[in-house]
Design a protein around this ligand. Structure first.
Ligand SMILES: Cc1ncc(COP(=O)(O)O)c(C=O)c1O
Length: 365
């Protein structure tokens, strides 16, 4: 595609000196798993998010799974119907059952009122998703979790640097899961993730759980763990990218504002509402003729994507939720209308102009 969804070349070029030096040190040491790069990255990431602890793990899915395992969650976990299937996969991997709540029609974030209706005797955790980089109302979620006496696990896989009411996510609950999938606001060049927590006890337990239940490199598996370690090579890239996170988020916000401006008087294009404290992970619009629009843009060499095309309650793998078409109407409607437009730090204003003009021309405004 002439204009892809994301192009990582610019971020790689910007940080080349740092990651090359980090890689060189790593190869010199010839130590590739749980070494000094991961050990250095973890407090750096925690500090960048105004948190106390971060535990590097193998991806965002295992970050969520480890939070649920740490909290010994076994029953039903209520999460959003509009999220990556991996949110549901993580819940199942922890031995729990995902139950899906509908989304707010404006922000597309999980609606706490819809979740509240589904809280029952079997509910074992609440798992709001900070979708597209936008923050869920964590005050509301904390109240719900306390009333139900269950842990609040946050899927922040798309929301590096986002806050709620000026406070870091980790101040609302001790389980915040991040993904470093390459296209995320902070990504590595493979799979990676982290759990951020304010609790030293949970930090220690997560370290043990990610390393097969072993403690401090001992050869004895003391609790039932999994293998979910972040590797040294990914930490080399993450340490080079992390100092740019704030600037890259600012750049994403500026580019999103240009899209907003271009669509301001275009009734047929409705940008999904963004919130104070959010970061722009994806620029998502709603349009009626979504699929023909995508086809048209592809013909012009402009890539698009859908986050997400099938709400999770309609995936055969999550049938145990016993929810059917028509149960979660906002998510189902959104899934038919949303489309994510190209966006990455380093994308040119001219490219934003080209994409927005092409969209407007097609929808006839
Ligand atoms: C909202 C959300 N949850 C979970 C995940 C899973 O993260 P990963 O792909 O790193 O396992 C992702 C990323 O794909 C995501 O966007």
């Amino acid at each position: 595609m002439r204009i892809p969804m994301v192009n990582l070349r610019w971020t790689l070029d910007q940080t080349q000196k740092a990651w090359r030096e980090n890689l060189e040190r790593m190869h010199e040491r010839s130590h590739y798993i749980l070494g000094p790069e991961v050990a250095a990255f973890e407090p750096e990431f925690a500090a960048a998010l105004d948190a106390k602890h971060a535990v590097g793990v193998s991806n965002g899915t295992t970050a969520i799974e480890l939070c649920l395992r740490e909290a010994n969650v076994k029953g039903e976990v209520i999460t959003s119907a509009l999220t990556a299937p991996f949110t549901g996969v993580a819940i199942q991997a922890a031995g729990a059952t995902p139950i899906f709540a509908d989304v707010d029609p404006e922000t597309l974030l999980i609606d706490p009122k819809s979740a509240e209706k589904r809280i029952g005797k079997r509910t074992a955790a609440l798992l709001p998703v900070h979708l597209h980089g936008q923050p869920c109302d964590l005050n509301h979620w904390r109240i719900l979790a306390r009333a139900a006496a269950v842990p609040l696990v946050q899927d922040a896989c798309q929301a590096h640097g986002a806050t709620w009411k000026g406070k870091p996510f980790s101040s609302y609950s001790p389980y915040v899961a991040y993904s470093f999938y390459p296209t995320k606001n902070l990504g590595c060049l493979g799979d990676g993730g982290a759990v951020v927590t304010s609790s030293p006890r949970i930090d220690q337990r997560l370290r043990q759980l990610r390393d097969g239940g072993r403690k401090n490199g001992e050869q004895v598996a003391r609790i039932t763990g999994i293998n979910a370690r972040l590797d040294e090579m990914q930490a080399c890239y993450l340490r080079a990218f992390l100092p740019q996170l704030r600037a890259w988020n600012e750049q994403r916000a500026k580019l999103a504002a240009l899209y907003d401006e271009a669509f301001a008087n275009c009734g047929a294009v409705r940008p999904v509402r963004r919130l104070t404290g959010g970061v722009v992970h994806l620029y998502v619009i709603r349009v009626r003729k979504r699929d023909p629009l995508r086809q048209h843009l592809a013909g012009l060499g402009i890539a698009t994507a859908i986050h997400y095309a099938v709400p999770l309650h309609l995936h055969p793998a999550f049938a145990s939720a016993k929810q059917k078409r028509g149960d979660l109407l906002n998510a189902e409607r959104a899934a038919r209308e949303i489309v994510s437009l190209p966006l990455w730090p380093g994308m040119t204003e001219a490219a934003i102009g080209e994409v927005s003009q092409a969209v407007k021309k097609f929808v006839g405004d």
